[in-house]
Design a protein around this ligand. Sequence first.
Ligand SMILES: [Zn+2]
Length: 447
Amino acid sequence: MTPLKNYVLRKTTPGVIAVCLVVAADIIRTRAQKLPNVDEAGIAKWIDAHNSEALALLERVVNINSGTDNLAGVRQVGALFKAEFDALGFKTTWIDGAAFGRAGHLVATHSGPGPKILLIGHLDTVFPADSPFQKFERVDANTAKGPGIIDMKGGDVIIVQALKALNAAGVLPSMNIVVVMTGDEEDTGRPLVRARAALSDAATGAAAALGFEDGDGNPSHAVVARRGTTGWILTTTGTPAHSSQIFQPEVGAGAVFEAARILDAFRTKLAGQAHLTFNPGVLLGGTSVDFNKTQARGTAFGKTNVVAEHVTVAGDLRALTVDQFAQAKKTMEEIVAQSLPRTHAEIVFDEGYPPLAPSAGNSELLALYDAVSRSLGLGAVEAVSPDKAGAADVSFVANKVPMIIDAIGLKGHDDHTPGETADLLTLPVQTKRAAITLARLAAGAKK
Ligand SMILES: [Zn+2]
């Protein structure tokens, strides 16, 4: 088999991606079998035998508050994982986050002859330092609650534990692995391009990327496509005048009717398209408007007998592919440009989160993961609808890595709430699936 590194992705041109896809798919098809020199049953057994150690690590990291804005807490969790990777012989680096207003990221690299595989976690949670929800708490033998227990400290622990199992089996030394645990997944620093530079750099040349988010909580589900999301602000202006003169040629329709025209045209022209949604979330209009975008709040002043001069609308837009985004934006911009008499309108889109578009490579990786799960006696794993998968860090490597899967972390329910709960039985299950998938991926480039 030709070594994969000959096909390292240098540019995100469609042709190069196509070559990568073909090669990646070829590796999976021809090499996704259990190799005789890898003791998969032994790896699974090791994971069961050492599960209490993974649980202890999970409890330790959950008990450290790492709300995105608690920079010291995020760094502390990062230091704990760094020590785990150091012990496994990884080269570890802390990327300082000052340039994008966050704690930073942990990057751990293990060089080896295998195809490069990127593993993605995050260190932060949505629970700030002053949240009442702070501690790991056992509910019963198989269940525990805790801030970030499934989103996604459980996934981070699975990464570590799978690599430990592969090390114990003698597989790790030949593997080419880079782990990135971001410190700001829940509230990404800006500018995004800077906040995700380390992740993007780590993805260069990777044959596969695996994200360990909790997904929809169902252990039979994984994610191979996520919609991207971007915010937009629509502003319209009208010609102020006494209300009795509205629609006269010198007064026109006013800012409120112009905003209404635009929003209704968005709905009639774009609503109902598969995987595309857009939602105006807040609207202010009148003679004057004061909108604070960061706080998503504001005030408006206007009189019923005065034609409105200003409207501000803030909304979001979600799409499954870069092309779908581009088409929707174009349509929205065309609608905005067709102003009613004596009005003007503008729409500005945020930089946004990119989509993880479905691809043949992603499906191939899911097929491998599913085959691994079945061979372990752990049942089938299928793709969840992209409409139910929000934006996540894997999306930022979507245009660089030919095979991507996500939501293969610890499972449970109620993430982002004080009821965040883990199904602890899924800890060894997800660790085994990940470890054997990595072993088979790594075997792909061996002669
Ligand atoms: Zn998450």
